[in-house]
Design a protein around this ligand. Structure first.
Ligand SMILES: Nc1ncnc2c1ncn2[C@@H]1O[C@H](COP(=O)(O)OP(=O)(O)OP(=O)(O)O)[C@@H](O)[C@H]1O
Length: 240
């Protein structure tokens, strides 16, 4: 099986409002796919529907060839998820949280090694609620990788991280990608998208505006840089 993620005509409504509309795409194993769009475009809702956390109104999705709603147990070991708002038990320490989560999996990663990679090892004994916003963000990416997943979903992976920390996280992800990890990410930073993504899809009000490699998306616009192209696409009328 060639694909890490397959999505066909995914549609999600909240009441009368359609927030994800007929989205279709496929992510090959070992590729990095970026779903981009303004605040409220429907990115997090798409992830929730893909994972079966929210019921979609139409469409199908598969992760590693499996239906996430029907094969939840099977996928649990294979899929890592970093969501935007992660809440943890009050006053649990970083090391304890890692241990607790690692204990859920059959073959977890060595969390101490991951803490070192993410430069969080000095915080092992610190309560999670005393971490800075950026440290907590890095921890949420780390936790998504604890199961040694085959597919990982990262929602705004480096929001709040400083320049050096962002690059460290990119390096870690590139290394994991080279080992075959499939990555689905959302990001508001176009330099990050250029640095990491093999394929991107821009959405506006839940609808696809354009998709392709970064080079293809830029080439189909009158712009030369992804950030300008992104703004150009976003200012266009939605016609789909
Ligand atoms: N439970 C809900 N009930 C009603 N509307 C919702 C609900 N959850 C999300 N929405 C709306 O759906 C739309 C898409 O939200 P979503 O969180 O998917 O956007 P996003 O692209 O992830 O945005 P951001 O970049 O700000 O995180 C928004 O207009 C949001 O207000």
């Amino acid at each position: 099986m060639q694909y890490g993620i397959e999505v066909s005509q995914l549609t999600k409504k909240y009441g009368e409002k359609t927030v994800v509309s007929n989205l279709s795409f496929a992510v090959k194993k070992g590729e990095v796919f970026g779903l981009l769009g303004h605040n409220g475009a429907g990115k997090s809702t798409t992830i929730d529907c893909l994972l079966g956390l929210k019921a979609s109104d139409k469409g199908e999705s598969k992760i590693l060839g499996l239906n996430p709603k029907k094969k939840r147990k099977e996928l649990f070991e294979k899929v890592g998820v970093q969501l935007q708002a992660s809440s943890y038990q009050a006053s649990i320490r970083v090391g304890e949280l890692c241990e607790e989560i690692a204990a859920l999996y059959k073959q977890p990663a060595d969390y101490k090694k991951l803490l070192e990679q993410f430069k969080l090892n000095t915080f092992e004994k610190q309560p999670v609620d005393k971490l800075s916003g950026g440290e907590r963000q890095k921890l949420s990416v780390l936790l998504a990788l604890l199961s040694q997943p085959e597919v990982v979903f990262l929602d705004e992976l480096t929001t709040g991280l400083d320049v050096a920390a962002r690059r460290e996280v990119w390096e870690i992800l590139r290394g994991l990608k080279n080992q075959g990890l499939t990555i689905f990410l959302t990001s508001h930073y176009m330099d990050e998208v250029e640095a990491l993504c093999d394929y991107i899809c821009l959405i506006k009000e839940g609808k696809e505006v354009v998709s392709g490699t970064v080079q293809e998306v830029v080439a189909q616009s009158p712009c030369e840089q992804l950030e300008e192209a992104y703004l150009w696409y976003m200012s266009e009328e939605v016609t789909l």
